[in-house]
Ligand binder design. Structure first.
Ligand code: GLU
Length: 473
């Protein structure tokens, strides 16, 4: 981490950014404090016998808000996790869900652990034990608090959590909805693994649909040919970089990882690099680029788009002034500190903030939760009906025009939407609508001059409305 000690903590940083938006909205102090307060934080310590010795693990689950239920947010496994971070991330979940109209409160969890130091069976034991604590203490259930993957966790951990809940609550017919991001075979949904990266791509696409926004970032034209530096090739960074380069013609000129950065101004092939990392466990000796050992310094490389997709607090008051990107899309949570945000705004760098940019994950989690509580795969009832209807339309056109429709066109017209089509369409629509709401706030309120404040203002207006309409209980 590069943050200096003079900067506020992650949680304080989020609160300061939120304060900026609340101030612009002129929100009364009571409502503002109610929205910002973290509703509950559970800390657990539990022993697990590992290789014949007892180890005590520490974990947290913070429920930031319950104005909508369930509260939602990932669980991360990290050796640096702490309560301040968990609370900051839980609050971001509240703003994120409201922004993209996902009807959930905000929550987040963490386990203080370096998962690379444990075998699969050990991780299963630890995860089940952690889940047991959360369930028993009322911090995990389909109707109140639903975790998902985050840094250091994935489908496998979610399946263990769901199974633990099922054993403790066999009478709950919605047990499978107690967690999202599950494997497909265990109640997961198609498109969830790639969802956050896919959402980042949709955000970038939508930004470039607005020429005035592109101009405000000192660029012009479309995504095609734009240069991009990405930090972190984990699940989010990998998918965002892959889709943007393979589908939108973005040139990935640098990839920053833990062990340095790779640079190639002609573009790095993301799939090749990803396979190289899987095979060798590192970016070292990748043939398609030059290695720069001081990875973090590559954040300062000139580029059109910078995508921090790793950890929080990467752009701080120390390096913000040297950042040369025109547009920053925060795929990670909290990669820019409050002080750095102010410096970047003054420099005229446009920032699409985390609460919006990485909301694709929770959006598709919402679709998965709906699939789980409705006990049916999305599209199962309509797909063949749409197909038959499409074929009828194709035949009708042939009959009316006397011309034969090509096989490829017939196939396209007759395609009934399957689950993945619906997930992508729902995600694209969600990201586009949220962007337009944020943009409207930015344009209509002259006190708002940046996307972050506009995003928080959009989100806080919705949360405040729910407090004001229902009252405080
Ligand atoms: N961990 C992800 C996030 O920070 C996903 C949360 C969810 O799907 O509940 O947004």
């Amino acid at each position: 981490m590069t943050a200096t000690i003079t900067e506020p903590s992650f949680r304080e940083s989020v609160d300061l950014m939120v304060d900026r938006a609340m101030c612009v909205l002129g929100l009364d102090e009571g409502t503002a404090t109610a929205i910002k307060s973290c509703n509950a934080v559970l800390q657990v310590k539990f022993p697990v016998k590992i290789r014949g010795k007892i180890e005590v693990f520490t974990g947290w689950r913070a429920t930031h808000s319950t104005h909508r239920l369930p509260s939602k947010g990932g669980i991360r496994y990290a050796p640096y996790a702490d309560q301040d971070e968990v609370e900051a991330l839980a609050s971001l979940m509240t703003y994120k869900c409201a922004l993209v109209d996902v009807p959930f409160g905000g929550s987040k969890g963490a386990l203080l652990i370096d998962p690379t130091q444990y075998e699969r069976d050990e991780l299963e034991m630890i995860t089940r034990r952690f889940a047991h604590e959360l369930i028993r203490k009322g911090f995990l259930s389909p109707s109140t608090n639903v975790p998902a993957p985050d840094i250091g966790t994935g489908q496998r951990e979610m399946a263990w959590i769901a199974d633990t809940y099922k054993h403790l609550h066999p009478e709950d017919i919605n047990y499978i909805a107690c967690v999202t991001g599950k494997p497909l075979f265990h109640g997961g949904i198609r498109g969830r693994v790639e969802a956050t990266g896919r959402g980042v791509q949709y955000v970038a696409q939508e930004f470039f649909r607005h020429p005035e926004d592109v101009k405000s970032a000192n660029m012009q034209g479309s995504l095609q040919g734009k240069t991009c530096v990405i930090q972190g090739l984990g699940n989010v960074g990998y998918h965002a970089a892959k889709f943007l380069s393979e589908e939108d013609g973005v040139i990935i000129t640098a990839v920053i990882e833990r062990d340095g950065a790779l640079i190639n101004d002609n573009g790095i092939n993301i799939e090749d690099l990803y396979q190289h990392i899987i095979a060798h466990g590192s970016i070292n000796n990748f043939p398609g680029a030059t290695l720069e050992e001081n990875g973090i310094a590559v954040l300062e490389k000139p580029c059109d788009i910078l995508i921090p997709a790793a950890l929080e607090r990467q752009i701080t008051m120390e390096n913000a002034d040297r950042i040369q990107a025109k547009l920053i899309i925060e795929a990670a949570n909290g990669p820019i500190t409050y002080g750095a945000d102010e410096i970047l705004n003054k420099k005229g760098i446009v920032i699409i903030p985390d609460a919006f940019a990485n909301a694709g994950g929770v959006t598709v989690s919402y679709f998965e939760w709906i699939r789980n509580i409705s006990h049916i795969r999305l599209g199962r009832m309509q797909r063949r009906h749409e197909e038959t209807h499409g074929l009828q339309v194709a035949s009708m056109l042939e009959e009316l025009t006397g011309n034969k429709i090509s096989d490829s066109l017939r196939k396209a017209v007759a395609h009934g939407a399957d689950e993945l089509d619906l997930v992508r369409s729902g995600l694209d629509d969600t990201m586009r609508s949220a962007y337009q709401q944020i943009r409207e706030n930015l344009l209509k309120n002259e006190k708002i001059t940046d996307f972050r404040t506009a995003s928080y203002a959009t989100s806080i207006e919705k949360i405040a409305r729910s407090y004001i309409d229902v009252g405080i209980y």
